[in-house]
Design a protein around this ligand. Structure first.
Ligand code: C2O
Length: 576
């Protein structure tokens, strides 16, 4: 006998509920927990026929790749087996409700000392795309870095054709000398630091350097396929142009935010930035091999590593015997100081701004800030000769304040309500001494030392204009904000005009990023909503400018509701 009716407990309502849960499952699906262990160890690494003891994660250079999905919890146990202190930063991860896991030394934590460990524990909320992780103490990130890839939730497609393969492309710098010695010497003498010997692709300098041909990154591809290249600029001090001979790329995402796709031959990528592109290979195997190459974009006065790194794009179906004779095609990269090419690329970036991936640009502003960013000098200490400009020391500042890292973590001081003697909240909202920022520099170029922060009430809509200065030469500055993404609503050359420029702002589909290049001799305007309580560093991602003080901090207060408060610190938070 069959059922005439469903069993009495099985109501239509239950059925509908079950059905609706099933239908929204991809959205609701809680992520899984992914465990990683990072052992910080010294490892001999040889490049350019030069071997040196190198700080690494698990002996790897570059470090291991982290691949997770949106919604996952990530637990990384970092154990420090070397003499230097270290911290790890998850560049671009918003750290909502996990502020203590952000990682900048003396900001959200004291560094992990020799023989100690710290567990970074955070959930990926509302983000997907290419990010990366790196050491955030002194210049250790020179070799301690790796990709951090966030795939969409299971069952959620990319807003572009599914690629055949995904390949991380990490651009970096190789120093024959210990990078810690390089920055220590620069800080002592006051001069610019020695430059790196080579740029690298996935840790490899490639065939254009002496004694390096065997250390060449090779991307073997099949014809007629789409590859997703996840480009990361992990270089310490160089903006880079990147190009692949005879191939164009379609940019689909930057800093883990989707953009309106556009086709380009050349990419400009600043340190800290990520750019994800689709590379469509030729329909049939061409009788050629192709260089992919990167070299700096630079307008500053200082010496930089202006060398070119190359890797190979090889079509697999070319037979190995014929391969040797294949012509090698090289891309044409823009000239090193081609500011027009740099601006042409960065002004093309637009948020995807769809229903599924909206651009939530703050339409109103609660607080406006105008910050100068650039170089300056500090006096030479008595009884010393300095090698910076006119016998001074090089320094860098935001609104003339050169940031001094405290000896205890700012977030801890803020949490305990004990800022006294650790930081002050009088960071200037505007340049303290207005001058023609992009014109003839003033006579007095000295900076003011301080550990100063701006305090923001929870949910403040912030508009910040960052203005490059031409003291010691106009130069681009890749400014990185921790804990947030922001929208670049405007940019231009010369001095920002507070009367006429705001009318030209894009409040519809500006690009969303965590790092943005302040143009050489120009400005950018960004907006963000301060909805993440905590202490958040903002700094130039050129490590030399970071070391010289081009840094400030935002203190964002708690909101009224439970999910809007800074949680207590984890029990294993390192002590200073
Ligand atoms: Cu990618 Cu504060 O750094």
């Amino acid at each position: 006998m069959g059922f005439a009716f469903p069993p009495p407990t099985f109501s239509i309502g239950t059925l509908l509920l079950a059905l609706s849960i099933f239908l929204v499952l991809p959205e609701l699906s809680a992520g899984i927990t992914r465990h990683y262990k990072f052992d910080i160890v010294l490892q001999n690494v040889t490049r350019l026929c030069h071997t040196r003891s190198t700080v690494t994660v698990n002996g790897q250079y570059p470090g291991p790749k982290i691949v997770v999905r949106e919604g996952d919890r990530v637990v990384v146990k970092v154990v420090n087996h070397m003499q230097n202190n270290i911290t790890i930063h998850w560049h671009g991860i918003r750290q909502l409700q996990s502020q203590w896991a952000d990682g900048p030394a003396y900001i959200t934590q004291c560094p992990i000392q020799t023989g100690r460990s710290y567990v970074y524990n955070f959930t990926i909320t509302g983000q997907r795309g290419t990010l990366w992780w790196h050491a955030h103490h002194s210049w250790l990130r020179a070799t301690v870095y790796g990709p951090f890839i966030i795939l969409p939730k299971r069952g959620v497609p990319y807003p572009f054709p599914k690629p055949y393969k995904e390949v991380p492309i990490l651009l970096g710098e190789w120093f024959n000398e210990d990078p810690e010695a390089v920055i220590a010497q620069s800080l002592w003498t006051g001069a610019g630091p020695n430059v790196s010997e080579a740029h690298t692709i996935n840790g490899l300098p490639g065939p254009l350097y002496n004694c390096s041909a065997k250390d060449t990154f090779k991307l073997k591809v099949k014809p007629g396929k789409t590859y997703l290249l996840r480009l990361i600029n992990a270089a310490l001090n160089d903006d880079l142009f990147f190009s692949i001979a005879n191939h164009s790329m379609t940019v689909v995402e930057t800093d883990a935010s989707y953009v309106k796709p556009f086709v380009t031959d050349t990419i400009l990528i600043g340190p800290g930035e990520t750019t994800t592109v689709l590379l469509r290979t030729k329909p049939a195997s061409p009788n050629a091999t192709f260089f992919m190459a990167a070299r700096p974009y630079n307008t500053g006065l200082g010496t930089i590593d202006n060398t070119t790194v190359a890797g190979l794009l090889e079509y697999t179906s070319t037979s190995p015997t014929s391969m040797k004779k294949l012509p090698l095609l090289k891309p044409t990269l823009p000239a090193i100081n081609d500011t027009a090419a740099a601006a042409n690329f960065s002004t093309k970036l637009r948020s995807l701004a769809t229903l599924q991936f909206p651009a939530n640009v703050p339409q109103t502003v609660d607080r406006r800030f105008y910050f100068t960013v650039g170089l300056g000098t500090r006096p030479c200490p008595k009884n010393q000769t300095c090698q910076g400009p006119n016998g001074t020391k090089f320094a860098a500042s935001v609104n003339t304040v050169s940031f001094v890292f405290p000896s205890t973590a700012l977030l801890q001081a803020h949490y305990l309500g004990q800022s006294n003697g650790i930081y002050t909240t009088d960071f200037p909202n505007n340049p303290p001494f207005p001058f023609n920022y992009t014109g003839t520099p003033p006579n007095d170029t000295f900076v003011i030392n301080g550990t100063k922060a701006v305090v923001l009430p929870f949910n403040t809509n912030v508009e910040l204009v960052m203005q490059d200065t031409s003291i010691q030469g106009a130069e681009s500055h890749p400014l990185h904000l921790h804990g947030y993404n922001f929208y670049i609503v405007g940019q231009g050359f010369g001095n920002y005009d507070p009367v006429n420029d705001p009318g030209k702002f894009n409040l519809v589909d500006p690009v969303e990023r965590n790092t943005a290049g302040v143009p050489s001799g120009g400005w950018i305007a960004i907006r963000f909503r301060a909805d993440n309580p905590g202490v958040w560093l903002m700094h130039c991602h050129f490590d030399v400018h970071l070391s010289w003080g081009l840094v400030m901090a935002w203190v964002v207060n708690d909101g009224p509701l439970p999910g809007q408060k800074l949680p207590p610190p984890p029990s294993d938070l390192p002590k200073c």
